[in-house]
Ligand binder design. Structure first.
Ligand code: IPM
Ligand code: MN
Length: 356
């Protein structure tokens, strides 16, 4: 019997449904040439659904997700919903409940894509950020005292557990070994100021490093990383960091890889159910216009296949995307591609159909 993957699909809000449709189109094309089968099950959650029903993320949906092989997400976010409601209620809740403790962000400048960095090309911008995804300042620890009064106190604490830090660092070492590039892992922290949290990170990093003599290690403060990423992005192979620093540096990284049009990410539980998404968000002003670039969503599908162990199928998508971006698209930015969202999906699917 052929292998079957049950994929939970969440088109979500804004441009999410449009780009998810192209990701699915490409996955279905790949499926026809492979020995595996996909069962896609669609879920209606997100800002629109919340506004219509008041429901955010029901327990039975989480249960159903936890029984799937992976989750493919478009975008969650709505301009009329108060900031934090959907983020905490859906995205962070899923990360925590499914223990997706790694946020994986491959950063690669594809050929033919323009980077804002002068004199840098595809050979210079090719690294991965491994971000801790369940702890740090995202853990939700803290509270108010005397809220709304002149004596108000707000505390938000960064939670760093030995277990959480170690499993993230270990994943980063493994990722670095598998990439087989410069074999260099850089810890991004702030050991000069955050002398508790990053002392734990640094000690753990040094200890785990002993088990990986084939990997060179390096350290940079988060502010310096922002500088080096712009000045010498070629220095990086894999970067490992905490939740908030990872959030910030991966948006910078998305820009040097040419913008949100090609940036994909994975929320990964290596022993459980992972979730893959284009990282550009719901972009409400572009919704329904067929102008957004689906390459990021298609690359999220690629990352999903790779993570599930379908390396060959993943490599087909990567080759097709590389070709289409290099030879067909005028630009990767929304509205400037020279094609509609669906047409870009067609180009990728067609290349796979004809080539593999
Ligand atoms: C991301 C996003 C999320 C984060 C938000 C939407 C909660 O910015 O995936 O990087 O901060 O992690
Ligand atoms: Mn972010």
């Amino acid at each position: 019997m052929s292998k079957e993957y049950n994929i939970a699909v969440v088109p979500g809000d804004g441009t999410g449904p449009e780009v998810v449709a192209e990701g699915i189109k490409v996955l279905e094309t790949v499926e026809k040439k492979s020995k595996f089968k996909f069962n896609f099950k669609y879920y209606n959650i997100g800002g629109e659904h919340y506004k219509a029903t008041g429901e955010i993320l029901p327990d039975n949906v989480i249960q159903s997700f936890s029984e799937s092989d992976a989750i493919f997400l478009g975008a969650i976010g709505h301009p009329d919903v108060k900031p934090g409601v959907l983020e905490k209620g859906i995205l962070l809740k899923l990360r925590f409940e499914l223990d997706q403790y790694i946020n994986l962000r491959p950063v690669k400048l594809l050929e033919g894509v323009e980077t804002p960095l002068k004199d840098k090309g595809p050979d210079d911008i090719d690294f991965v950020v491994v971000r801790e995804n369940t702890e740090g300042l995202y853990a939700g620890a803290g509270g108010f005292l005397k809220r709304g009064t002149p004596d108000e106190v707000a505390i938000q604490e960064s939670i760093n557990t030995r277990k959480g830090v170690e499993r993230c660092i270990r994943y980063a070492f493994e990722c670095c070994r598998k990439r087989n590039k410069a074999k260099k892992l850089t810890l991004c922290g702030k050991t000069n100021v955050l002398t508790f949290a990053f002392d734990l990170w640094d000690r753990t990093f040094q200890e785990v490093a002993r088990e990986y003599p084939d990997i060179k290690t390096d350290y940079a403060h988060v502010d310096a990383i922002c500088m080096w990423m712009v000045k010498n992005p070629e220095w990086f192979d894999v970067i490992v960091t905490d939740n908030l620093f990872g959030d910030i540096i991966t948006d910078l990284a998305a820009m040097i890889q040419g913008g949100m049009g090609t940036a994909a990410g994975g929320n990964i539980n290596p022993d459980g159910v992972s979730m893959f998404e284009p990282i550009g968000g719901s972009a409400p002003k572009y919704a329904g216009k067929q102008v957004i670039n689906p390459i990021a969503a298609i690359m999220a599908a690629q990352l999903m296949l790779e993570t599930m162990g379908e390396k060959e199928a993943a490599s087909w998508i990567e080759s097709a995307v590389t070709k289409v971006v290099r030879e067909d698209l005028k630009d990767v930015a929304a509205g400037k591609m020279g094609f509609t969202t669906a047409e870009v999906g067609n180009l990728v699917a067609e290349y796979i159909r004809q080539t593999f």
